[in-house]
Ligand binder design. Sequence first.
Ligand code: GDP
Length: 440
Amino acid sequence: MSTIAAISTPVGAGGIGILRVSGEDALKIADAIFVCKKKSAAETLRQNPLKLCFGDFIAEDFRDRGYAVYFPADKAYTGEETTEFYLHGGVRIMQGALAAAVAAGARMAERGEFTKRAFLAGRMSLADAEGVADMINAESAAGLRAAYRLMDGSVAKRINVIADRLLEVMTGLEAVLDYPEETEDEVLPPLGGELEGLLSEVDSLISTARRGRIAKHGITAVLAGRPNAGKSSLMNALLGEDRAIVTAVAGTTRDTVEGSFECDGVRVNLIDTAGLRQSNDVVESMGISRAVQAARNADVVLLVTDTTREDDGEYDFGGVRVFRIRNKCDLTSYACPRMRDCFAVSAKEGVNVEQLRHAIAALYKEGEVAGEELITSERHVSALYRAKSALKSAIEAIDGTVDCVLVDLREAYEALGEITGRTATESIVDNIFSKFCVGK
Ligand code: GDP
């Protein structure tokens, strides 16, 4: 494999910029682009692994002063010899530094190529690698905590326990096929309990998917209700900024307006929609149908009503959880009945807005089990469902032949292996790393 190079820090001016070089020529390239005081860069770095070595970076048309460090293959992220250069973080400096590494024989790294090499070298599972990308992209504390458990191998470990057990069962059954000393009636029935146990393990992982999705992408809360109920005002109050346009003319919010905030470590994505009412205006009507659509895809609908007016009607949000918000409570003495999911607020005066923020964020806590690993990725969820249905078929096939059970167990094993990478195809692997950033 060729030696690759990339700038690992974001483009822009910053205190430090990092150039990373990985592959068998890492030291040779360091020698061409870095000079240390007493000995050659290659010698200095090799003799001081994992230590910062001070020196000058030599680009084609300038020098910078900084540090270089050498990671021997067994200590490097990629599992192959790596050198890193810590320079001043200027755009032009880093461009020149990368160009110097390329001129010295490196190839520019593709997206996620360092992590891909780490995966191919067996230093991490595919799920761990996805955890690295999730760490970088996380937008909330909950997202970071879930990503960390993916990155540190906790999720892969749970999957592997199931997969290893499946492998043992499969090996046992294959032996029965090869040396039929025992009959199918003897070996199959006792497996029932074991397979049920594995199925419930898969199920318990699947049951974390709702929270996993929220950890990664946030809670989607849609503001709905009659025009002028105060949806846009509430949106701004929840966001703490003037995001939506607020006017006294009914029908101002014709399309959806979005914004997000973090509360108690959870990201909340707010969508303000067009008011729910009959309209002859084509654009407004489109906005209204979008509003209903958005509400049906949400985690929670904030159904805003004006307490000074008659509450007029029920809406069908397709079973989505609804928080009833009685807005403009500053104008009346109305207090919300002490009902679950019912809130009296004043968007204008900020009354109870903070409580509402916490109540929305608390939806994440529902169904929480201490210390659990969360399944955060669609890819993992769909693989788990495939494993589940294959395991179910295997259990049903226990009355039949060893062959039939084996086919189902192999399918379950393959599905689980796609998550950790044991059985992932090249195209799955390529697709995952193509979504990484360059330099990681
Ligand atoms: P939307 O059409 O549901 O988005 O409603 P808006 O947010 O545009 O508000 C409609 C009108 O109600 C505006 O004149 C707001 O100033 C007013 N309003 C919104 N919230 C409150 C509130 O809590 N108290 C009072 N007194 N007026 C409010």
